[in-house]
Design a protein around this ligand. Sequence first.
Ligand code: NAD
Length: 389
Amino acid sequence: MHHVTLIPGDGTGPEITEATRRCLEATGVKFDWDVQECGIEVIEKLGKVPESVLASVRKNQVALKGPITTPIGKGFRSVNVYLRQELGLYACLRPCKTYKGVRSFFSGVNVDLVIVRENTEDLYAGVEFQAGLPATAELIDFINSKATGRKISTGKATTGVSIKPMSYEGTRNIANFAFDYAVKAGRKSVTSVCKANIMKFTDGLWYDETRAVAAAYGAKFEQPELKVAPDAELAGKTTDASQVAYMERLIDNMCMQLVQKPEQYDVILLSNLYGDILSDLCAGLVGGLGVAPGANIGPSSAIFEATHGSAPKYKGQNKVNPTALILSGKLMLEHLGEKAAAEKLEAAVAAVIAEGKDVTYDMKPHRTDPTAVGTAQMADAIIAKMQSM
Ligand code: NAD
């Protein structure tokens, strides 16, 4: 029996969460669900995320979560970002895999990528200075007075500044996570991606550290010219990643490579902002947000959720595709050590998609196709498929 926190979220969240719960139970694995309401209505009423939500995830260490809406311009920060930061979920895992029957521009290309994104640092740390505020002018004066060779020459009252903090520790943690994952999942390569030619002290640090971690794991350097910094601390990892290749690519080049030859890449290791952007690009390669699962993982807990948002315009219509959250549930089964159940669930999802009959509107050749089924009925078809296996 696995004790799992279940956060239905809001918008279309409750519908896809219910569909996923039923599919997970149909694998035969036993769950004790602790349902925690944390949708936008609850948060607006309370003025904050209920304490019980964090307490439940801390206790159970695993949560399945529907999307939660972020109100625009009401002073709330994203609840999703808040949960990741409060729980120290530093690693975001987003597999992007081609399933036969999913329509995309890349149908026929076998895409099987895994994005590993750092979740807590970088421009998303939220350290921002608004144009026109005294603190911003003070910061600009401070920067201009330092002999860095660079000055902010635009107006002090008309310039906003966002800070990009990146640490050796944060980079090491996510790089360790990527190599541990690559070894465990039998992956061929880890590609470290950034823009070190422009941002030498943040993205340069990123390459220094991911390279040092790759060397500590004994990974094969695809580019022999890459040198580990002489003062790098090699952690002496016990995991043997000598079968995993280590590569580096600049983010702009990586975007082009991924649309031209995605099959050449495997695990892609990125900092927060680049990871966010590339996740959507890779989801697009395999058919869009409807099939893009995700996990946010920390040292003591993990939240499994789809990449997409709450799609509020479809709320209550039993219309949207539950696949992304069901595949997030498959990642959760793997995390819980239920490998056979995870394989069975993925095989059933793949079979239902390949048949193309009991699928939601977005998976039909035309979005107005009258044969499209609802969220709950697609889950029924997946459950029936598992029962027939
Ligand atoms: P969205 O992903 O909710 O929806 C964008 C469009 O994608 C939808 O209109 C729909 O056409 C399509 N879509 C999304 N999910 C689908 C599904 N399962 N099946 C079929 N079609 C689907 O993005 P948005 O409109 O930018 O965001 C809505 C809200 O969700 C915002 O408040 C945003 O902040 C929030 N959000 C939450 C999370 C999260 O909870 N982790 C993630 C992203 C966005």
